[in-house]
Design a protein around this ligand. Sequence first.
Ligand code: PEP
Ligand code: MN
Length: 264
Amino acid sequence: MMKTNTVKISSGLEIGKDFVVMAGPCSIESTDQFQETADFIKSKGAQILRGGMFKLRTDPESFQGLGQEAYSIAKEIKSSTNLPFISEVTDPRQISDFHDIVDVFQVGSRNMHNYALLKELGGAGKPVLLKRGFAGLIKEWLLSAEYVVKSGNEKVILCERGIRTFETATRNTFDINAIAFAKKHSPFPVIADPSHGTGATDLVVPVALAAAVAGADGLMVEVHPNPEQALSDGYQALDFSQFEELMTRLPTVLQAIDKALAPS
Ligand code: PEP
Ligand code: MN
């Protein structure tokens, strides 16, 4: 097993040390929706808040995120909850705006091969969570991480979020091998995203627990106060009681592998 780098984020939290949970809605939809979700995930022990502002959607008619309108909402909720915030940067031109808002830049699955974006994030001075492309080889994913490092930023966190396979029963196939492989053969902390990895709410908790046992350094999960009304990815979002179930079961599983949840 290669030694894992720890990646320190601005709050002082070190990813790659104790187990972390990043949670929040797929998209920031309104101040109320984001505040309610942030307060809840914090109360259950999550350490990092997620929320998409710019969304890369397959259908151009689908909700594309609030875009710049989300900036003030994100700042407000970030300061009221005092939680570090991660959001996806979809275009190098957003990087300067994101500087005052995010603690971690997320690179989405669709941009794993966007080398211009990766190189620009090499100069961003903040951690980068690099999702695996849904058709990306593990080898290509690790080379994409090297683009960020080579451009000047060693603070890279990997995120397995499922790949496209011949299987159609689930949106993606969560690749548990990738978690174990990346932990063995790369120096980066590895986060598991069982929400996109399964695309099905009722599969998120079991796959999340399996990823923890396979060696993940943390989770990224989508949570929504009312998944049926979500503007994106509602079919894979946990509602509050399902998130609570995850946070109740997680410590027992972590204890069995001599790990612990990071303090919130
Ligand atoms: C997301 O995190 O909401 C997202 C769009 O993820 P991915 O890039 O893995 O599809
Ligand atoms: Mn999503």
